[in-house]
Design a protein around this ligand. Structure first.
Ligand code: GDP
Length: 313
């Protein structure tokens, strides 16, 4: 159902995962809505502890939960720690979704990612491609946990009429991204590596894989805006793709990063690292037909991202 407005003014909103890249962007975005934002530092609330989560939700009594907490990581981390990505994501989402139901939270937004879709899904990938084929093996365990979360929201909606919705953002980047090269996603890694090339006057930029995979990128501030838009305006069982439509090969992305950082675009490909999915461009027609579209181009977003990164050094 579209157009069923969930008013945010005067509401208590728990941004679950507020220290992460998406959660912190949601906190920034919600500052302009006249709502009360609830956050819980990791030291005060362990999301893997079902009882603690339940007590927290009971006491805080939010009207809306934006479930942005997750165990996330790039291609290498996902591939190396399958049990962590599988179990921690299942536990976090299970604890939060169950407690939202138990404590009669009016609305919940669950977040997944474009890796939930089959590796060879027809491109651009529509929402109905879910569960139509085998997954990309490098992030299969994370994907299966996220698919379970989508279905969990759908099951509670169907059986108990809970207003739980799901949205699937594309590859994101922005402030508070993870820059640890072992666990980060590609854009944060390339920014950190390019900055090092510049500051240490190295002669080339290392790029994992062949550089041929295609990826779609969105600035996290656009993503937060889309999530708030969906929280306000969308209420239905189908998960919604949140993409920018801006697709680029990893090699071209690396060249763009070189330009933004101000280094020569001499690239060195490390073919011992995996490429992952050949392409994962999402079809975000459903979201755009509801009246939302992104505002930050890859070029502008990358410049802002690098400025932010450099200002933190
Ligand atoms: P994915 O979208 O799940 O595959 O996750 P990533 O963002 O980690 O990787 C996207 C693509 O970028 C893959 O083809 C990687 O091989 C490639 N890539 C190139 N250089 C890097 C790097 O330094 N770090 C990461 N994480 N990926 C890189």
């Amino acid at each position: 159902m579209i157009g069923q407005t969930f008013e945010l003014q005067g509401k208590k909103i728990w941004v679950c995962g507020d220290r992460g890249m998406v959660g912190s962007a949601l906190v920034r975005r919600l500052a302009t809505e006249r709502c009360e934002i609830i956050t819980a530092p990791r030291s005060a609330l362990d999301l893997l502890d079902a009882e603690a989560v339940d007590k927290f939700v009971q006491k805080a009594s939010p009207d809306l939960i934006l479930l942005a907490a997750a165990k996330v990581g790039g291609i290498l981390a996902n591939n190396s720690f399958p049990a962590d990505f599988f179990q921690q994501n299942l536990d976090i989402q299970n604890n939060v979704i169950k407690s939202a139901f138990k404590n009669k939270v009016s609305k919940l937004v669950f977040l997944g990612s474009s890796c939930i879709y089959p590796k060879l899904a027809p491109q651009p990938i529509r929402e109905d491609a879910l569960l139509t084929g085998p997954l990309e093996p490098t992030n299969e365990w994370y994907a299966i946990a996220k698919i379970a979360g989508i279905r969990q929201c759908e099951a509670y909606r169907r059986q108990f009429k809970c207003d739980f919705i799901s949205c699937m953002p594309t590859n994101l980047y922005g402030p508070n991204d993870n820059f640890d090269l072992e666990t980060s996603h590609v854009l944060a890694a390339l920014i950190a590596k390019a900055h090092k090339v510049k500051s240490q006057r190295l002669d080339s930029l290392e790029v994992w894989g062949t550089g041929t995979p295609l990826r779609e990128f969105m600035h996290v501030d656009d993503c937060a805006d889309a999530i708030v838009f969906l929280a306000k305006n969308y209420s239905d069982a189908l998960h919604i793709n949140v993409g920018s439509g801006e697709e680029v090969s990893i090699a071209d992305l690396a060249r763009l990063v070189c330009e933004v950082v101000g280094i020569s675009d001499r690239l060195r490909f490390d073919s011992s690292k995996p490429d992952g999915s050949p392409r994962k461009l999402m079809d975000s027609t459903r979201l755009s037909s509801m009246g939302w579209s992104p505002r930050i181009s890859l070029n502008d977003g990358l410049r802002a991202f690098y400025d932010w990164y450099a200002s933190c050094r």
